[in-house]
Design a protein around this ligand. Structure first.
Ligand SMILES: NC(=O)c1ccc[n+]([C@@H]2O[C@H](COP(=O)([O-])OP(=O)(O)OC[C@H]3O[C@@H](n4cnc5c(N)ncnc54)[C@H](OP(=O)(O)O)[C@@H]3O)[C@@H](O)[C@H]2O)c1
Length: 477
């Protein structure tokens, strides 16, 4: 049954000032700039008040929030920012993305707001008396927040929420590390991760340690005193807002199935890769996986092609691991296949490590196979030792044996550090052997310091390795 139209004061266009009202055409004061450059070029002047379309709202700005992205958009650097802000000169010419204020005019199709509502949200050019904003980018301001407090929230909090809820899907009990915990994004990330029930470690400088702890962090690492990547495989998730450490260092602080989420905003290439990922994900939705793969193949060789191919494949891994396995086999010799091989291997290894290992053994020899084997054997924690021993023993001729043992000793160290160390000592490559023994030794130290100290004294390890084990053991033990 269709109901007759109901009189609704909120949606009645007769009650609202229209978007074409002369009110919208009057000038307003704004902080403005015509060219990219220094912050000194910003001037207060009169510009036209924004016109609002049918699905938009005109808000009188009571407070605007600024963050590091506003410096980028005024300076026009990093250059890749200009894809959004205008290539040769600024499209908007008024800084500011975040605001809080009062609704003055609502477009004809807007039903959820009315003049007088106190709101906050994100738009372009918020350092002005008025801002026009799509009604979807706006929310009612909670009464407990001042306009200034509300204006500090939108972009930074959404960046943190998107990373933790949508990308990483943080679960209760997970161990989460936030690098850059005292910054715009990080302060929200600490609180959001805690609200999801995670055990949170924040990384910041000495002066901000107490502040980050007061936000709810269970543990705080002062980056001037301690390097979070040296703590061993501790975290289910690292959310990195700083990106000052190589990926390989971050990986060593992650559990075998852990996830690293980057903001990817410092380097231009990082931004471009982000865009490519979005395009590839959209192509995947519209064209399907095979066509999205073919489209990504057309991109010239380089990091952007890698980003597109990885995005397509990682969707495969989520929706159809068998198809992802075939994809990984097809591109096994390419650098961009390495993370996919690892992901497929991990996924199977969680349920059935034997299946994962036999699939990985079938792959062409190369970095993908060795990273995959290391990662799959890393999942052997809590599993049948006899099966692992049989596999590793049968690999005596395999060039991937060292990687496999290294992965196994990493995962199994949490089960039985002495067994892990015994295997690690069997690695033929001296550097990998020392790294693996040191890592397993650190776990041993954290679990049973007195037996570990006894073992260390008679281990015959080089002094440097002994010191590394002792240092980590004493700090975290
Ligand atoms: N804010 C946003 O809305 C937003 C949105 C999208 C993307 N982003 C991007 O996300 C990143 C973070 O933005 P933000 O607004 O949070 O920046 P921010 O407010 O400048 O914070 C920077 C953080 O990095 C930490 N830091 C600095 N040097 C460090 C080091 N050597 N080791 C570890 N931590 C270090 C700082 O800690 P101390 O202050 O304690 O030294 C602080 O916690 C930026 O790349 C930005 O472009 C931001």
């Amino acid at each position: 049954m269709t109901l007759p139209p109901q009189p609704d004061m909120r949606s009645s266009t007769a009650m609202k000032p229209k978007s074409t009202s002369p009110l919208n055409m009057k000038p307003m004061k704004a902080i403005a700039y015509d060219h990219y450059g220094s912050l000194e070029a910003l001037k207060i002047r009169d510009i036209d008040k924004p016109k609002v379309n049918a699905d938009e709202v005109l808000v009188r700005v009571r407070a605007a929030g600024l963050h590091i992205g506003d410096c980028f958009s005024v300076r026009g650097a990093p250059f890749v920012m200009r894809i959004a802000t205008g290539l040769l000169k600024p499209k908007c010419g008024v800084p500011g993305f975040d605001f809080a204020g009062e609704v003055e005019v609502v477009g004809d199709k807007v039903t959820q707001f009315q003049p007088g509502d106190e709101v906050f949200g994100a738009s372009n050019g918020t350092c002005a008396e008025y801002v026009g904003v799509a009604s979807d980018d706006l929310a009612l301001k909670p009464e407990c927040l001042t306009f200034e407090q509300a204006a500090a929230v939108p972009t930074s909090a959404l960046a943190a929420l998107h990373a933790l809820r949508d990308v990483a899907t943080v679960q209760p009990g997970q161990k989460v590390l936030i690098n850059g915990a005292s910054g715009g994004v990080g302060t929200f990330a600490v609180q959001i991760a805690k609200s999801f029930g995670a055990e949170v470690t924040g990384v910041c400088s000495t002066t901000n340690v107490d502040m980050v702890r007061s936000l709810g962090a269970d543990d705080v690492i002062d980056y001037t005193q301690e390097d979070f990547t040296q703590a061993g495989p501790m975290y289910d998730l690292i959310f990195d807002n700083v990106e000052n450490r190589p990926l390989s260092d971050c990986r060593s602080a992650l559990k075998p199935s852990g996830m690293l989420v980057l903001r990817l905003s410092k380097e231009g290439i990082g931004e471009a890769e982000n865009l490519i990922r979005i395009v590839a994900t959209e192509a995947l939705r519209v064209d399907g996986p095979e066509n999205a793969t073919l489209g990504s193949e057309q991109i010239p060789d380089g990091p952007l092609k890698g980003a597109a191919m990885r995005s397509v494949a990682s969707e495969y891994v989520k929706s159809d691991p068998e198809a992802a396995a075939q994809w990984a086999q097809r591109y096994a010799n390419e650098d961009y296949a390495v993370s996919v091989i690892e992901e497929v291997g991990d996924r199977w290894a969680e349920r059935d490590p034997v299946k994962a290992v036999s699939w990985l053994e079938e792959l062409p020899e190369g970095r993908g196979q060795s990273v995959g084997l290391s990662s799959a054997f890393g999942d052997w924690e809590d599993r049948d030792l006899a099966a692992a021993t049989e596999y590793l023993s049968a690999m005596s001729e395999s060039p991937q044996r060292d990687s496999a043992i290294s992965g196994f000793s990493r995962g199994y160290a949490w089960q039985d550090p002495l067994v892990a160390i015994a295997w690690a000592l069997d690695i033929s490559d001296p550097a990998l052997r020392q790294e693996s023994v040191t890592r397993a030794g650190q776990v041993f130290f954290r679990r049973d310091p007195s037996s570990a100290r006894e073992w260390l004294n008679s281990s015959g390890l080089p002094a440097e390795a002994q010191e590394a084990i002792l240092n980590t053991g004493e700090r975290r033990g």
